[in-house]
Design a protein around this ligand. Structure first.
Ligand code: C2E
Ligand code: MG
Ligand code: MG
Ligand code: MG
Length: 278
């Protein structure tokens, strides 16, 4: 597997390895018809600015309710969608749907909330990726600086230069780029420096470690300082309790996302969260 994915000889931990072969085949089969059958839905999880306590944006997270398999977690089907390349179509639908919805939120509230969309490396490797993003943006009428594309450290695995140039171009058009799950992959700091990003999303692992040991706190604090020195916005993922928030506030982290604020919610949940603003 690792070899297939490029020059790297690292063996990457693959969440779908937990899924037995038959089950993977079964998921893939049903995934093929899921798009046409409208089985996908997006949920949205708010991000809150620590300084003001206000919602600044949302992350779009895909949900699949299959009539045959029931609810299937993205943790098990995204990898299968990538291996079968179905992610190209699914990911494009996510981008268009999330942009459309966020534009309707802007129109109703008058507030330019950001929308973050997870992008798979398979999508990025498509020749027409840049065109697809610009087209979907134009179609929705969303402001470029309200769209944030979340990429992971897996982009370090292949075609680094062409990927960086695509992201750099989109960033020059005002679109924001976030590095998701920061700290869990194998990015080296020298690569980090070359990436055209606007936001660092610190993985939940670091947030969970906050209460353990003093050095974990120094670690988190240092990541935040590094991000700020690089001119990046730093977001903490998976914040579940008030004590974690206290540490993050003390360390000058910009934003938090996590169950402490809200779980990912469907559209009507977004309207409820924003109720005071329209
Ligand atoms: P991610 O992009 O890192 O998204 C954050 C995940 O953490 C989400 O899981 C979210 O529900 C969960 N989470 C947020 N706050 C908390 C918290 O306080 N505690 C805990 N325990 N979990 C929290 P979800 O929705 O199951 O998605 C899992 C992963 O699947 C995402 O991780 C992302 O890598 C992938 N994914 C989801 N939607 C899409 C999509 O539309 N496209 C692509 N390519 N990948 C997606
Ligand atoms: Mg994400
Ligand atoms: Mg993440
Ligand atoms: Mg994650």
């Amino acid at each position: 597997r690792a070899k297939e994915e490029g020059k790297s000889t690292y063996v990457v931990y693959d969440k779908s390895m937990h899924t037995p072969f038959n089950e993977r085949m079964n998921i893939e089969k049903h995934l093929r018809s899921a798009m046409n059958n409208n089985e996908f839905e997006l949920h949205y999880q708010p991000q809150v600015e620590i300084g003001t306590g206000m919602i600044s944006g949302f992350e779009a997270l895909i949900r699949w309710n299959s009539p045959v398999l029931g609810f299937v977690s993205p943790l098990s089907f995204i990898k299968i969608a990538e291996d079968s390349r179905l992610i190209i179509y699914i990911g494009e639908w996510v981008l268009r749907e999330a942009s459309r919805f966020m534009k309707s939120v802007h129109d109703r509230t008058g507030i330019p909330y950001k929308i973050s969309v997870n992008i798979s490396i398979i999508q990025l490797l498509q020749d027409d990726f840049v065109e697809m993003v610009l087209d979907s943006l134009a179609e929705s009428g969303l402001e470029p600086n309200c769209l944030e594309l979340e990429i992971t450290e897996s982009i370090f695995m292949e075609s680094f230069e062409s990927t960086v140039s695509k992201l750099g171009f989109l960033k020059s058009r005002g679109i924001r780029i976030a590095l998701d799950d920061f700290g869990t992959g194998y990015s080296s700091l020298s690569y980090l420096q070359q990436l055209p990003i606007s936001t660092l999303k610190m993985d939940k692992i670091f947030i969970d470690s906050l209460e353990d040991k003093a050095y974990s706190q120094s670690f988190v604090q240092t990541i935040i300082i590094l991000g700020h020195k690089m001119g990046l916005d730093v977001v903490a993922e998976g914040v579940e309790d008030a004590r974690q928030l206290e540490f993050l506030k003390q360390f000058d982290c910009d934003k938090i996302q996590g169950y402490l604020i809200s779980r990912p919610v469907p559209e009507r949940g977004v309207w409820e969260l924003l109720e005071p603003h329209y």
